[in-house]
Design a protein around this ligand. Structure first.
Ligand SMILES: [Zn+2]
Ligand SMILES: [Zn+2]
Ligand SMILES: [Zn+2]
Ligand SMILES: [Zn+2]
Length: 392
């Protein structure tokens, strides 16, 4: 920690512990929009599909001839990864071909974590203040909040890791604990168009907390993660990024944060929950429309819970009527997924148009569902290369 603080001081940053939130990153000078606040190479990373293990490229790939699991774009990438892969390769080569197929990116991330720790312990790979195993150890795991079935899965994965490494000294419980650390701390490495390339562990970047109103953003250049200022960040301010898509309503955002990152967000946007503005926003984005087609009011559940009432004109919509349209939409959505998967986009478009018609009757004009259907229709038209003017 001392060592980390010293290294962060040189970047004009400091780590403080806040009750409730835990470790948090603060600025010690002003940062301006676009400034790089911190950048970091991953402690370990793996591509999620068939990509070069060194640079995540998909061109000129050839398989490691020994383990037949890992791909490289050429000798430079193979060489740069060799110290770590030499040990991983040995371990993977011991497995029969069936077991080798069960080596998923998450399993490989764990193998690499243990192997890199060992190589840093032996000083074969150097460690620095921002690149050492202690930083990984310091990450939060939220073990007590994890669902039973998830724990069972982590235990199974930990068993496989144990079987692959065959190190008598490692403990299955510790591996399972690391899997839960990965779940709330590993980052998806994306390209400039936000397509996922792989998963990486960036233990210093992981200190940065979430806000639905962030002042910074996490971007990737190859495997390197950089946090950039989105706005002027005065000295002494906490650096905050968003872990999730911030476009959703408060309910959607909070659900995503709870399920994936196991915490309750208390950012300024979320603390509005229950207040009039927030209720209104959620009701518009995710709620139903007024029975009167010319009214743009939003609907709230009546106190008896049996109907929805327009907050503008007072008209009441029956729950059964809403349910019926929702069922029809659900049926059509299932139908729509069939022809589009066969590439018959004309049929898919006509079904989506029926869905749009029903959703227009059901949802508020600004509803996310309706916008998504319209986007689907537009995309289907584009892929069909048939231009049909779109009528709102
Ligand atoms: Zn490469
Ligand atoms: Zn290999
Ligand atoms: Zn929030
Ligand atoms: Zn109304």
């Amino acid at each position: 920690m001392e060592e980390l603080q010293q290294a962060l001081k040189n970047c004009n940053l400091t780590v403080s512990t806040i009750s409730e939130k835990g470790r948090s990153l603060f600025t010690t000078r002003d940062f301006h929009p676009g400034d790089v606040i911190i950048s970091q190479e991953p402690y370990v990373c793996v591509p999620t599909q068939k990509r070069c293990d060194g640079c995540f490229s998909t061109t000129n790939l050839s398989k490691c001839s020994r383990c037949q699991v890992v791909w490289y774009c050429g000798t430079p990438c193979q060489k740069s990864e060799w110290k770590l892969h030499r040990l991983e390769c040995q371990a993977l080569s011991r497995l029969d071909s069936n077991k080798r197929k069960s080596v998923t990116p998450s399993i490989r991330l764990m193998l690499k974590l243990y192997l890199r720790r060992k190589l840093q312990d032996q000083k074969i790979i150097p460690s620095t203040a921002m690149d050492n195993y202690k930083l990984v150890e310091a990450l939060v795991a939220h073990m007590s909040d994890i669902k039973e079935e998830q724990l069972v899965l982590y235990a199974q994965m930990a068993n496989l890791v144990h079987l692959i490494l065959q190190w008598p000294e490692i403990n299955i419980k510790e591996i399972a604990n690391f899997f839960s650390k990965f779940a709330c701390n590993a980052h998806t490495v994306c390209d400039s168009e936000l397509r996922p390339l792989g998963t990486g562990l960036y233990p210093v970047v992981s200190i940065i907390n979430h806000s639905c109103l962030p002042n910074s953003v996490l971007v990737f250049d190859g495997r390197e993660a950089s946090v950039r200022a989105l706005q002027h960040i005065p000295k002494g301010t906490e650096v905050l990024i968003s872990y999730i898509e911030t476009a959703g309503s408060t309910v959607t955002r909070q659900k995503a944060l709870r399920e994936q990152y196991l915490f309750q967000c208390v950012c300024p946007l979320c603390s509005k929950v229950g207040q009039y503005e927030d209720v209104r926003e959620n009701a518009i984005l995710e709620g139903y429309r007024c029975k009167n087609e010319t009214c743009d009011g939003f609907l709230l559940r009546t106190t008896d819970g049996k109907a929805f009432q327009c907050q503008e004109c007072g008209l009441v919509r029956d729950k059964e009527e809403i349910k019926q349209i929702a069922t029809e939409i659900k049926f059509l959505l299932e139908e729509a997924s069939k022809p589009s998967s066969n590439g018959n986009s004309h049929e898919a478009i006509s079904i989506h148009k029926m869905i749009e018609k029903l959703q227009t009757k059901l949802y508020h004009p600004f509803s996310i569902n309706l916008m998504q259907t319209r986007e689907t229709i537009l995309k289907a038209h584009a892929s069909n290369e048939v231009y049909i003017p779109f009528i709102q």
